[in-house]
Design a protein around this ligand. Structure first.
Ligand code: DCS
Length: 490
């Protein structure tokens, strides 16, 4: 006989309220509807006015046909199936894999004690952390210490580990950009801290970061009693795509120094840079260039294998580097990392490959270079083409992408749409995105999911749809937009 339980222990009203309060738009209402439509297309083909779902809601390049980098996957397969490295398989292996892939796999296997199925050190495999430190040194021209580097399962758990440790109580404030990537609002809510918004200055050209606004924001928060402890900067920006100048980064560092803030630098898009006039500078390099006066500043920088030209989001690899952070704090991070045992070893392998790709003269270099360059050039072309297409729509202003993987156009919605949204209990840009999804199969994220200045509406689209599908993608979005404006203007 089964016992009927009428009063479940697990009820929303009895859960951790911080969990209940979390919102995460890139995987929210729109993404859920997109999944339903995908299932409908599979079970009842022809039942919808489109044939496929195009997921522009998330920066997930390989979901949209981007090919993995051959060398990376070769090493990953050899590491996962080391029988291929046995002498009796040498002939097959040499037909399929270049010698540098075989060498790298052997080195990595030795560094992980022989199997990718074993737990590693909780901060990540020491050799890979050493390679990350070498990469940072070469990138910035300043030394990096492997003991100050933590490998993580993508940048997200790194950000969460740091926020969780930093948020001492519910009065601790973390400054975040608005618009922001919702990892920040969601994690701050989860750990019961206070998000302290600073607004990026939107123009037709870009989203600027202004020190006057940082001062306003911290002043306002402190006046209302919030204990502001850290400033988060996303550079290049998500969803806003701006790239900071070195001057502006120096101002931010000085601001953090004066205000006694930890600087959290989210640099996951550091190779997604599209203008030669706006190169990427790491906060670590700019901080070091300012000399001993700023030595004391605490900086934590994040990177990931999910972005760039690598796009290996599903492998879950990333790292963070601590600069100017005391050893006892690093020990606390280590303790928390140990609770999750270790980051995925496959993700760590991807970090190794990302920071130590084939070099000129290596057998795999020509193919590697060609693949990276092709992805980069294509991303740049798609960014430009899509921004132009958005700008040609009535009531839409779209700054070009200086970096990252997204466009974040501002949209002026007809009053009819705003009224209809209010009636449906939705944000107007959420209504726009939902109607777009239902009409075209294109899934974007409304600006309200990233927060935005009150009274403005946006949507975020990746520019990741394959290049050969971009024209039809643009046509269907433009067709939808015109019908939407017409429908709600009457
Ligand atoms: N930081 C920023 C600014 C991001 O955009 C993302 C992912 C992350 C961190 C975390 O990525 P990983 O954990 O995979 O390293 N961006 C999400 C987005 O906006 N679309 O796709 C995922």
């Amino acid at each position: 006989m089964t016992i009927q339980r009428t009063d479940k222990v697990l009820q929303v009203s009895k859960l951790n309220p911080n969990v209940v309060n979390v919102e995460y738009a890139v995987r929210g209402e729109l993404a859920i509807r997109a999944e339903q439509l995908k299932e409908q297309l599979a079970s009842t083909p022809g039942s919808l006015p489109f044939k496929t779902i195009t997921n522009c809601n998330i920066g997930n390049p390989q979901q949209l046909e981007q090919k993995p980098i051959t060398f990376f996957r070769q090493v990953a397969s050899l590491v996962d199936y080391p029988d291929l490295l046995k002498p009796e398989n040498a002939q097959i292996t040499s037909q399929l894999f270049k010698p540098d892939a075989v060498d790298r796999a052997r080195t990595l296997l030795a560094a992980m004690g022989g199997s990718s199925g074993a737990y590693s050190h909780s901060k990540g495999i020491p050799l890979i952390r050493k390679h990350v430190a070498d990469f940072i040194e070469e990138r910035d021209g300043y030394p990096a210490n492997p003991e100050h580097i933590f490998l993580t399962a993508g940048a997200s758990p790194g950000v969460q580990l740091v926020l969780q440790t930093l948020i001492q109580n519910s009065n601790v404030g973390i400054m975040i950009p608005i618009p922001q990537y919702p990892l920040y609002t969601a994690s701050i809510a989860l750990f019961n801290g206070k998000a302290v918004p600073y607004y990026l200055d939107e123009s037709a050209e870009t989203f600027g970061l202004d020190i006057v606004e940082l001062k306003r924001s911290i002043q306002e928060a402190r006046n209302s009693g919030v204990d502001v402890r850290a400033l988060c900067v996303i550079n290049p920006g998500n969803p806003t795509g701006q790239v900071l100048t070195e001057e502006s980064m120096k101002d931010i560092i000085r601001f953090c120094h004066e205000e006694k803030l930890v600087l959290l630098a989210d640099e996951v898009y550091q190779t997604n840079i599209y203008l030669s006039t706006l190169p990427f500078h790491s906060f670590k390099k700019v901080l070091k260039s300012l000399g001993p006066a700023y030595e004391g500043l605490e900086l934590i920088s994040f990177n990931s294998v999910s972005k760039g030209m690598v796009g290996e989001c599903g492998r879950r690899g990333g790292y963070f580097e601590c600069t100017g952070v005391s050893d006892d704090i690093i020990d606390m991070f280590y303790k928390v990392a140990s609770v999750s045992l270790c980051p995925p070893v496959q993700g760590q392998v991807m970090v190794d490959l990302t920071v130590r790709p084939p070099k000129k003269g290596d057998p795999s270099y020509p193919e590697y270079r060609a693949e990276i360059d092709a992805i980069y050039e294509s991303l740049k072309r798609r960014a430009t083409k899509l921004a132009a297409a958005f700008n040609s729509l009535e009531g839409v202003i779209c700054p070009p992408a200086q970096g990252a993987m997204y466009l974040f156009p501002r949209i002026v919605l007809p009053q009819g749409a705003i009224d209809a949204a209010q009636k449906a209990g939705k944000q107007p840009d959420a209504l726009y995105c939902m109607e777009m999804l239902n009409a075209t199969g294109v899934c974007m994220v409304p600006g309200s999911g990233f927060c935005q200045r009150e009274g403005t509406w946006h949507f975020r689209s990746t520019f990741l749809p394959p290049e050969n599908q971009l024209d039809s993608f643009i046509d269907s979005v433009a067709h939808f937009h015109n019908s939407f404006v017409k429908k709600y203007s009457n």
